[in-house]
Design a protein around this ligand. Structure first.
Ligand SMILES: [Zn+2]
Length: 364
């Protein structure tokens, strides 16, 4: 018994020495992120010079966070706080107040707005919360496009450099690598080598990429044959239609060219009503919408019930990294989303094909 106690004390003493040793001389930045996609990007840029604590998990609604004292404690310790900088985190100002940390207030040294310089879509003509809308400055779910990830990463890099200028070169090196990774994973290495990430990003952001690649040739072959990455994997999604729960993935759908014709929520943040659900179901039947999309923190039972009634296939996924198995990083989320949508459309087509037999093979 006495020997066990001695061994335990010895281990504790060793742990204390080790912890002290590890932190001696190392200036690590404490980074707090509002969202797990920002956490994944901050880790990629900050590497071993940062410790990242995240607030909203990948399977939680980013609009709704209870300002717990433990979160205020994390923010009190934060050197850098990364938040969207729109109205996504309406819970954030109260939490920053609770933290008593003046450095992470909007506009201060430790504050990073992930959306700075980003082209925001779905900006309303009039700014009003009269009907409960939670997207009054446009769509705040900016992490759902890989190309937005490059700008988010630039913003985070600026914030890290401002608070640890001694590591500026390190952060910038990581940023360049991260942006190259995004280009390669979005367009494929071959096309990036031919046209460069900037040109490809501009074409994709303006919705002209696929038409351009189909028209232009390189060494006698259409450029589209050199397309790789997520853009290629998502080609079968182009022009397809789905119904979603909340306006979460507008950046994603715009980039990959599929349409979200309606939402189970009558407005972002307003829960579905029986009347609205009935109207959406009628639309799905009329337009033959066969795939639905909902994040795993919503009322999934209702999604499945609606899908069942109209013969659609529900895609239930996490909104951000860490929200489901196999979705650990910012990159993983696009792998998962594209794979699941392709699978759903393939199943839906098979089902529709089986139902239509033996009708002639007409194109819809
Ligand atoms: Zn939202």
């Amino acid at each position: 018994m006495r020997k066990t106690i001695l061994v335990v004390l010895g281990i504790i003493a060793m742990a204390l020495v080790w912890t002290k040793g590890a932190s001696a001389g190392e200036h690590k930045l404490n980074v707090v992120t509002a969202n797990s996609a920002y956490a994944s990007i901050a880790e990629a840029i900050g590497g071993d010079k940062v410790t990242v604590v995240n607030i909203v998990a990948g399977n939680q609604d980013p609009h709704i966070v209870r300002p717990k004292p433990s979160l205020a404690v994390e923010l009190r310790r934060a050197d850098v706080y990364v938040t969207t900088g729109m109205d996504l985190e309406m819970w954030s100002p109260a939490l920053v107040d609770m933290s008593g940390n003046p450095n992470i207030r909007s506009g201060q040294k430790g504050y990073v707005s992930a959306s700075a310089g980003l082209k925001i879509i779905e900006t309303p003509i009039t700014v009003s919360r009269a009907e409960g809308d939670v997207h009054i400055y446009g769509n705040p779910h900016i992490h759902t496009s890989p190309l937005n990830g490059k700008i988010i990463a630039e913003n985070i890099c600026v914030g890290l450099k401002r608070n640890a200028p001694e590591y500026s070169a390190f952060f910038e090196q990581n940023l360049a690598r991260f942006k190259n990774d995004i280009d390669r994973r979005t367009f494929g290495a071959k096309l990036v080598a031919l046209l460069g990430g900037k040109t490809l990003t501009d074409l994709a952001q303006s919705g002209r990429l696929v038409a351009f690649l189909e028209k232009k040739q390189y060494k006698g072959k259409a450029l589209i044959e050199s397309l790789g990455g997520w853009m290629k994997e998502a080609l079968p999604l182009r022009g397809r239609k789905i119904v979603a729960y909340h306006k979460n993935i507008s950046y994603f759908s715009q980039l990959f060219g599929f349409e979200i014709v309606d939402y189970l929520e009558p407005k972002p943040g307003i829960p579905p009503t029986p009347g609205h659900i009935a109207a959406v179901m009628a639309k799905m039947r009329a337009q033959k919408i066969r795939v639905m999309w909902a994040e795993n923190y919503f009322d999934v039972a209702t999604v499945r019930r609606v899908a069942d009634k109209v013969g659609a296939i529900p895609v239930i996924v996490a909104l951000a990294p860490g929200g489901q198995p196999g979705m650990r990083t910012f990159f993983d989320q696009f792998d998962v989303w594209i794979r699941e949508l392709n699978r759903a459309f393939s199943d839906a087509d098979q089902r529709a094909g089986a139902a239509a037999k033996p009708a002639s093979a007409q194109h819809p």
